[in-house]
Design a protein around this ligand. Sequence first.
Ligand code: SAM
Length: 283
Amino acid sequence: MNHDSPAEIRRTLAELGLTLKKRWGQNFLINPGVRDKILELVDPRPDETVWEIGPGLGCLTSALLGRCRLLVGFEIDHGLMRFLQSSFAGREDFALEAGDAVERWSEVRERRGVPDKVVGNLPYSAASAVISSFAENGFSPKRLVFTVQRELAARLAAAPGGKNYSSFSVLCQRAYRVREAFSIRPGSFYPAPQVTSTVVDLEPRNQPDSPPVTALFQRLVQAAFRSRRKTLWNNLQAWSSGFTEGRLAAALAAEGIDPGCRAEQLGPERLAALARRLASEDL
Ligand code: SAM
């Protein structure tokens, strides 16, 4: 199956009676060189299970099949689902999960287990929801390789203090080591999106914290970044956390954090240490 040109994609869609759905970010990869670079990063092995989010017309799918033990595709578009089913019919190393990956992945993980790798040219509409949901729910394959809008990659990888640094950056960086691998020009997709894309490579970090401390950290981060204009102390005071002001102040002091600073000045590790301190019995 070859869909390396706009004409081939248009022909297949016409044969299937399908139209491109903008709301699902259907920009298909037509650059075989870029596809190969993505595959190189994913580095699928014969004994591995790989999940692909949004296989679309199967550009990455057909290149991955035969190189891993099992490929599980999550596709929301029923027309494309039918196309993928018939294209890869009879293959025992391919399975499809219908519907929205954000809603489905956790149940699929329960049923099929954690995959070794995850890859996806993520639809712009769903990318941040997919990545936050993975990060906040401790999803830890060996590696996740996503193509996202350049601006989203900048938010994912942002360092403290910069304008792109947000609660999203903190929660993702706490869960994963984030690396911006390379960028992709709009012309590598059909139809060409308005934006440049970046391939990000995520590797799970060891999570030293218990589930309750991790949950507290996530609530703390959301509260700390609620209003960027406010100091950390004002944001934490407005947080209905159940902690007294005295305990909040003591935790900040014990971690050497100035209550008058802004959350965006603190790296993920310092915020995690603050959550740990707040949860600690010794405070
Ligand atoms: N992987 C293909 C490629 O590289 O050419 C298609 C990439 S296209 C940017 C995004 C794909 O994700 C489309 O096939 C779209 O239908 C699908 N999709 C969009 N939102 C989704 C969601 N929430 N869950 C699963 N698939 C989704």
